[in-house]
Ligand binder design. Structure first.
Ligand SMILES: C[S@@+](CC[C@H](N)C(=O)[O-])C[C@H]1O[C@@H](n2cnc3c(N)ncnc32)[C@H](O)[C@@H]1O
Length: 461
């Protein structure tokens, strides 16, 4: 039977679900509502039926929740970022804390000995050290009658693969980045440079990357171009680097592929070294245009400090699994005689090895490859049994084979860093066969989003 959208009046929101939507019940139905928060009373427009619940949007707020606040950003609601801006920050933190605790209890079926309160972010705006904007010849338009084609530089609009909302001011990175981005857009318009046409897959200007540092105040600008037009490229780079001497390094990448990913492409350096450098306490890190580095540097520092405090005393061997450019292993390396890192992406391992050199560290070694293939019993025999394992997998969590391997290794301590409480809880449940969950400590790395990071401390029974 065809679903007919319908209105529910005076619906009271009870809770928030993990993707940030409000949850309410009406008769025997569960309803998920975009942009609604606990204690709101709303008229809801139910537009979709899923197997177990209905999806709705706010038609009218009848009585706003006391947890509501005004979103700062003028692009809020259209741009896909910072979706929880209308929720006051304390409530965002409570929501994230509950999300982690629920996952550990519901999915992991575990009760941690200690549940630490979430570490809120010192900066709730301007906290990101990496942002990527897109050029598009199809701007999002608020006015339906506006011409379809208009050049925009900003973020993709959710559910519209070809539409980009033009961003005048983004609250995620400092004001200088806003100025540079707007200057590039203006220069491009005045000089007739083409913005990427995602439907025809052609155009000169494609993406714009900014990487900043918190403690060394460096700035990388990366321009990703759909075409090689050396003269136009040089003039644009010259204009921007002359106007903004604060730019530490400027690189360009030519991406004439059909997809936007440029992780496999070479870059050309026009100013500086093509790298920027960040300090976390006394350790220095080189960041290339493609290196993974925790996106909120101030929070990363607190996270790493907590990991270090959980190791607490000098040990023989630490394993740093899913090591990226080696940042966690290097940060805690003073506590170990030997650190062994494993990471999938070869260029990240090259970065990690470079970071060893610039920190004059000789007791760390990195191995490139898939975790389940590298972390074998022969490998462990050769490298030595670790006292501490730090594991920081991607959102999908660890492969079951890897979790089972951790059970075989029987390290005294495991510290599990996760950006997805559900997959972490799943893995912790398997580890519970031999480990006690001593503590969990959520961290808010991404204010105004539903994302949460969680640290878990496990001790061998
Ligand atoms: C969340 S990041 C952690 C990076 C690092 N620990 C840090 O704090 O900067 C996860 C890392 O796991 C790596 N990775 C993903 N799948 C992997 C696999 N199967 N084997 C080894 N490393 C993998 C990714 O390349 C990425 O660098």
């Amino acid at each position: 039977m065809k679903f007919e959208p319908f209105l529910i009046e005076n619906l009271r929101i009870e809770d928030l679900i993990s993707d940030g939507r409000g949850l309410a019940r009406h008769e025997d139905r569960v309803i998920m509502i975009k942009n609604a928060i606990p204690e709101d009373v709303i008229h809801a427009w139910v537009y979709k039926k899923q197997k177990k619940y209905f999806e709705a949007e706010v038609k009218e707020i009848i009585s706003p929740s006391s947890k509501r606040t005004t979103a700062q950003c003028e692009h809020f609601g259209i741009c896909g970022g910072c979706k929880l801006q209308y929720l006051n920050y304390d409530t965002q933190l409570q929501f994230k804390q509950k999300q982690v605790e629920d996952a550990i209890l519901r999915i992991g079926k575990l009760q941690p000995k200690t549940v630490l309160p979430i570490q809120g972010s010192e900066k709730t705006f301007f906290y990101r050290n990496k942002l990527e904007f897109s050029f598009s010849s199809f701007a999002w338009k608020n006015d339906k009658n506006a011409p379809d084609e208009w050049n925009a530089l900003g973020f993709h609009v959710p559910n519209f693969w070809d539409k980009v909302v033009n961003i005048e001011k983004c609250y995620l990175q400092n004001e200088l980045v806003n100025k540079i981005r707007n200057a590039i857009r203006l220069y491009a318009l005045e000089n007739g440079l083409t913005f990427y046409n995602p439907r025809e897959q052609k155009g000169f200007l494609r993406n714009l990357l900014f990487r900043t540092t918190e403690f060394t105040h460096q700035l990388m600008v990366g321009l990703i171009l759909g075409d090689s037009l050396p003269e136009k490229q040089l003039k644009l780079v010259q204009f921007i680097t002359d106007r903004f001497p604060e730019i530490t390094t400027f690189i360009t990448i030519i991406n004439s592929k059909k997809n936007d990913s440029y992780a496999d492409l070479a870059w050309e350096v026009h100013k500086g070294e093509g790298y920027i450098y960040e300090f976390l306490e006394d350790k220095k890190f080189r960041i290339s245009p493609l290196t993974f580095f925790q996106t909120n540097s101030l929070q990363a520092l607190k996270l790493y400090q907590t990991i270090k405090s959980w190791i607490s005393k000098p040990v023989e061997i630490i394993y740093d699994l899913y090591a990226g450019c080696g940042s966690i292993g290097i940060f805690v390396s003073d506590l170990a005689k030997k650190v062994v890192g494993i990471e999938y992406v070869p260029s990240a391992v090259i970065d990690a090895e470079h970071n060893l050199k610039i920190n004059q560290l000789h007791h760390l070694e990195y191995f490139a490859g898939d975790m389940s293939k590298i972390l074998t019993s022969e490998f462990i025999q050769k490298q030595g049994k670790p006292d501490v394992i730090i594991t920081d997998p991607p959102r999908a969590g660890m492969d079951e084979k890897v979790v089972k391997r951790l059970l075989e290794i029987e390290a005294e301590t495991i510290i599990y860093v996760s950006c997805n409480p559900s997959t972490q809880a799943r893995d912790l449940q398997i580890l519970a066969e031999k480990y006690v969950l001593e503590a969990i400590h959520p961290f808010d790395m991404f204010p105004h989003t539903h994302h949460v990071e969680n640290l878990a401390l496990l001790k061998l029974k």
